[in-house]
Design a protein around this ligand. Sequence first.
Ligand SMILES: Nc1ncnc2c1ncn2[C@@H]1O[C@H](COP(=O)(O)OP(=O)(O)OP(=O)(O)O)[C@@H](O)[C@H]1O
Ligand SMILES: [Mg+2]
Length: 670
Amino acid sequence: MGYCAAWDSAIACPCYLAIKRAERVLIQISDPEPIVAESYACGLTTVDQPGVADVAGKIDLLRLTPTGKTFMEITIGNNTVAQQIAAALTEGFDRHYRLFRECSAQAKMRFEVGDWLEVQHAVQNRIQFYDKRVEETVELLHREFSAGTIDDSVWQEAKLLYIGLLIDHKQPELAETFFNSVFCKILHRTYFRNDFIFVRPAISTEFIDSDPAVFHSYYPNEIGFKGAIRRILLDFEWQRPFDDIERDIRNIYKAVKLHFGKWPKAEYNFHIQVLHSAFYRNKGAYIIGKAINGSSELPFALPVLHTATGRLCVDTLLLDVWRISMLFSLSRAYFMVDMEVPSAYVQFLLSIMPGKPRSELYTMLGLGKQGKTMFFRDLIHHLRHSHDQFAIAPGIRGMVMLVFTLPSYPYVFKLIKDVFGATKEVDHATVRRKYQLVKQVDRVGRMADTLEFSNVALPKARFSKTLLDDLYRFAPSLVEDDGDDLIIRHLYIERRMEPLNIYLDQAEQSGLNDQIEKVVLEYGNAIRELAIANIFPGDMLWKNFGVTRYGRVVFYDYDEIEYMTDCNFRKIPPAPYPEMEMSGEAWYSVARNDIFPEEFATFLLTSPRIREAFMKYHADLLDVRFWQETQAAIRQGVVKDFFPYPRTQRFCNVFGPGCENCGDLCKNSV
Ligand SMILES: Nc1ncnc2c1ncn2[C@@H]1O[C@H](COP(=O)(O)OP(=O)(O)OP(=O)(O)O)[C@@H](O)[C@H]1O
Ligand SMILES: [Mg+2]
């Protein structure tokens, strides 16, 4: 016998400890309002009136205590099916997280060894772990318990017992999402309510202990600033020596001074907090932390790279929040971080980047399903507190995708149309495969990440009439009317940007030549960087790129992308006689993957101003040699560095002899 005194506390309800151990549990209702019971962490959602509660028929007694507080008594009974389901689900999740963590923890070793191709493989493999574990668990539940025929009450009880098993769990929020993923594969969406799944989180993620601790503190007032930095760098115990750690420490010191204009006064509480695991991506390890001095907090990121001779060096110090946020941009590959308690990492990151949605931070830590869960909770919350309408996204409509947006929410929603425009040769499965491919490759800051959803219910009243008509007309197989909701069977969601064609039109109309030059430079860089990362965009029209709020150009139309190494870049052969060139007919045969870079100019560079800017910076993109040489480098296994910060900020450029002296490191960078 036990009872829950923490009715609406943020702390996990201890009654589940009791549920785990006892057959009969007494739950204290401290607030007579039924609505409070509904938001109760245990997920006991069906409370009709104060004093009368029913959790899947298992609450068999309600009585008043001598103190006048209401108690309800739950008989858990001997329903071993619910217990076994809960246990199977936790085992499935624990196995998932163990493998996920192992793979993430090995990033340190991959960085030390410098096996960059293996770094890419690991990112691709890790993305698939989650779905595999969910499938295994679904299969097990079907096999062992004929999952499709299980009583509603057993599922509800399984949820309660599952919460009990999560009391001391280190990743309870992820485990809840895992429960949802499995459940939603077995039951119809009418069950997707808080009494069956975790529509809202049940267990608090605050103050979960971690071993080793999530971050370490260093005290410059005791060991000096340089001493603290030295210790921070060495505490990562990388199995590779620093090229010149004293130079790196001096550079960091100078960079702080440069940032503030003078050395800031150290306050009594001055200390530096550093996350225990570095953040590994591509060829870099990022040390993330913050300095606390008086009432100010200064976040920082220190990228550590290999030099040309394979030693370690600190490449720069990032101190601006927006620059650090760009490391965590969804248009880059996910980080590998060894986290026992991911929520604590997210909490720390939020404290240094308060503007980043929690969902995006989870996604960037490789926890995409959690990112999706939180994104959707945020969206539903936003819908409850807004009243604008979903409408077709501004710009040129897609031939493959139907794209809509909610003006007050900074994302777009994309459906694959039932029938594509006549010039499109792809089919549905190919489009989905291409979107999946983008998740797995290094997006090098140039391709938007997409969240993929199935069976999304959105309030129909929020759709504009034109949009509803378009949905029924162009994607009837993906939409279903369900009372007040519109169910969208398959949907991609990504960050909204300003389409580059709109951006350029406006800049041209306003005569903003500088802006045109800057964005065309960015556009060419995006194509160049994608190519180096083995991606050929296929459709390079302006309308398929967006401009972010930081002015970066990012690609978002994936149905025609190809690996560079699958393309055949060709020069147009000379016409056998000159009249043929004028005839408009091709005098050479063209295979499916043949690409003629000199043709790009015809459809891209119709405006003189844009042409001028493009030719100034990117004329080589119209030459087959750029493409063939890039292909050759990829085939030789060259993996280039993509710096998620400007080269001008690298220490070698700010304090050192400049990038030219870095040798291979710079030759191989983008
Ligand atoms: N992330 C985004 N932010 C803002 N607008 C977007 C975004 N993604 C798509 N759009 C808008 O929706 C339109 C169609 O999107 P998209 O290019 O992905 O579809 P598509 O069918 O593949 O296009 P196409 O016909 O060029 O192949 C774009 O031209 C743009 O106006
Ligand atoms: Mg497009």
